[in-house]
Design a protein around this ligand. Structure first.
Ligand SMILES: Nc1ncnc2c1ncn2[C@@H]1O[C@H](COP(=O)(O)OP(=O)(O)OP(=O)(O)O)[C@@H](O)[C@H]1O
Ligand SMILES: [Zn+2]
Length: 630
């Protein structure tokens, strides 16, 4: 029996043929990605390309079923390919152990796909793929999970919302003063250890830490305190110079667990009605700490005592110091400065943050926690649930069928869905039809055009005169910017003679053109650059197709009100692109589950009736047994 007999029976000949012929891209081979790849391969998608930048970690094995113990430290993309290939040798799989943001994955490269699946874990990469899919006009299926919640969203340029149409809330931040002066919860101490102490000693400075909000409080009266905190940070930078010496742990300890605390204590007003902090004593803890750090580290589910945390602090700070010194000694001349960054899976960095956070907690009378617990908190970990990933990956494939089947945009809009998986509402599975693009969206309301440019030869004047004015009909009033910097407008012609290379315009970069005409003003356009050597007889800039830029609507179209039916797009930890708002939906509002139940009944009664608009149809044709899920 042929391998795809069942897939063909389930999908019907037509859809199965489309699936077989399609070439798809899957970005991310982690929790959702492994499940999705297995589904794609078993469904018989003809050609699958996988991109993942990471290697396999022990902590992935409980849910990323394509990976085994012997694969630890190997490329996720390559191992996933090898494992999945065995399920179906007829499928062609290509794997890339790369970052999807690399310039080789340009719009022209994206254009080879019928469909792209996002199986990522961070906003930045999701946004990037969203942009590339818009630029290359390839449909995208976006997905994410957080614990028991999952979501899948169909994105098609011009027809549906894109990933950026609904703004995502920024991750939670803490006021600097809470973190640096008045912690009241363990999470404040953990953020202090991770984003302040660790960053100041081994990495980039606090100013760059996204979790710390340095703005003044409402009355603007914490300015003095912030200035003092800056001085402390400068002093700490000086302590950094002792790194590598045996005295380094003591120098850091004395500064942050004694001197800074004594300074805080001297501000008596701060502690009125509050428990005042108690500084720690290096010599006393040193005497009391008798168990070696290596032994304690074996016991990471138990909450360590203060002297045990002291032992881990000393041990981990020495380890990190030596590591940084070694990496610096090996640094190639001219390469950027070596820094360490916190990673919950990097034992040295985690041990340091756990011990520092617990020592600070002891100072402020806050309950300490085990390394195991702090790892979850420091890594913003909501446990990943294998079944949520599996269900979400299944839903991705069901939506993919719709994209393949409904090539007519009007039909697709009637069928493509945003699906939510949740435990917080009265149903586990809920769906909305896709929403139209938000006309105010900073990403998709901008027309995307790819320019093929011989960047050594093409000058900005070629873009302005030949492409914009001659080919695209721009008048005199428009401006050209790169990442917000002005390159050209009617009063700024200083860069016209510079080549694209000289202006730093290479593959992957883009320029935005905003028309300032009073009449028939064109929509904003983003030109993505695809650098290529073009024959010298040809023009140095060419566009993929003949284009006409649309004009802006006269009056601004009001932004669609946020949906109230759980169509949330929260993102707190970068694991998911959406969580459920918890708003209950009535049976009439929610389409999916009800329709399935209702139509199942209908199928039994009206077995031979096939209606293209139905959500679920089960047809039993003699020559081509079909179960169509829609
Ligand atoms: N820019 C990127 N380019 C390519 N792959 C990426 C990029 N950003 C993230 N990824 C990949 O997306 C996948 C997301 O998978 P998942 O959410 O399961 O995360 P994980 O890192 O495997 O697990 P966890 O974060 O829970 O330890 C990861 O394998 C990650 O390497
Ligand atoms: Zn958009």
């Amino acid at each position: 029996m042929s391998r795809d007999k069942f897939a063909q029976q389930s999908l019907g000949g037509t859809l199965h043929g489309m699936v077989k012929k399609s070439r798809v891209l899957m970005v991310g081979a982690g929790g959702i990605g492994c499940e999705l790849l297995k589904n794609l391969v078993l469904t018989g998608f003809g050609e699958i390309h996988i991109v993942d930048l990471d290697t396999i970690d022990l902590s992935n094995l409980n849910r990323q079923f394509l990976f085994r113990n012997e694969h630890i430290k190997k490329s996720k993309a390559l191992v996933a390919k090898e494992a999945a290939q065995k399920f179906n040798p007829n499928v062609k799989i290509e794997a890339y152990h790369e970052n999807i943001k690399d310039s080789q994955f340009n719009a022209a490269w994206f254009q080879q796909f019928n469909l792209v699946f996002n199986a990522l874990d961070n906003l930045d990469a999701r946004r990037h793929v969203n942009k590339m899919c818009l630029a290359s006009n390839v449909p995208l299926i976006e997905s994410g999970t957080t614990g028991f919640n999952g979501n899948v969203q169909v994105i098609k340029k011009g027809d549906t919302e894109c990933y950026d149409c609904v703004p995502k809330p920024t991750p939670k931040t803490f006021a600097t003063c809470t973190i640096r002066s008045t912690p009241s919860q363990l999470i404040h101490c953990i953020v202090w250890g991770k984003s302040y102490l660790f960053a100041e000693l081994f990495g980039i400075s606090e100013d760059d830490a996204p979790e710390l909000d340095q703005s003044l409080d409402k009355e603007g009266n914490n300015a003095d305190e912030i200035a003092k905190l800056r001085q402390e940070a400068t002093k700490l930078k000086r302590v950094r110079e002792q790194m590598g010496s045996q005295n380094f742990p003591r120098a850091v300890f004395e500064m942050v667990f004694r001197e800074d605390i004594e300074r805080l204590l001297s501000m008596e007003d701060m502690w009125k009605g509050k428990r005042a902090p108690v500084a720690l004593d290096f010599d006393q803890l040193s005497e009391e700490s008798t168990v070696p750090a290596a032994t304690l580290l074996q016991d990471d589910q138990r909450t360590w005592s203060t002297e045990e945390n002291f032992a881990i602090f000393v041990d981990s700070i020495l380890r990190l110091g030596q590591r940084l010194e070694t990496e610096r000694a090996q640094k190639e001349v001219g390469k950027s400065a070596v820094v360490l960054s916190f990673d919950k899976d990097d034992a040295d960095t985690l041990d340091f943050v756990v011990a520092s956070a617990n020592l600070r907690a002891a100072i402020f009378g806050i309950e300490p926690r085990s390394k195991f617990d702090i790892k979850q908190m420091a890594g913003n970990i909501i446990p990943a649930i294998a079944t949520t990933n599996a269900m979400t990956a299944g839903l991705c494939v069901l939506q993919a069928f719709k994209i393949l089947r409904y090539t007519d945009p009007e039909q697709l809009k009637r069928h493509a869905q945003v699906v939510f998986l949740t435990r917080t509402t009265e149903r586990n599975l809920a769906a909305d039809l896709v929403q139209p693009p938000n006309p105010e969206c900073p990403t998709c309301s901008v027309t995307q055009i790819t320019l093929t440019v011989d960047t050594a030869r093409a000058k900005l004047s070629d873009l302005v005169e030949d492409v914009l004015k001659s080919q695209l009909d721009y008048g005199e009033e428009f401006n050209v910017t790169k990442d917000g910097d002005l390159l050209y407008d009617a009063d700024e012609d200083a860069h016209l003679d510079k080549t694209f290379s000289e202006l730093g315009l290479i593959t992957g970069s883009s320029v935005t053109v905003i028309d300032d005409a009073d009449e028939d003003c064109k929509v904003n356009v983003q030109f993505s650059i695809d650098a290529k050597n073009l024959p010298s007889a040809d023009k140095p800039i060419s566009m993929l197709r003949d284009l006409k830029i649309a004009t802006r609507p006269k009056a601004a179209i009001p932004v669609a009100a946020p949906s109230t039916n759980g169509h949330g797009h929260a993102n707190t930890n970068g694991t998911s692109n959406g969580t459920i708002s918890g708003v209950k939906r009535t049976a009439d509002e929610a389409s999916l589950e009800d329709d399935i139940v209702r139509k199942k009944g209908k199928v039994i009664k009206e077995k031979q009736v096939m209606n293209a608009d139905d959500i679920l149809v089960i047809e039993d044709e003699k020559d081509d047994g079909v179960i169509e899920l829609d």
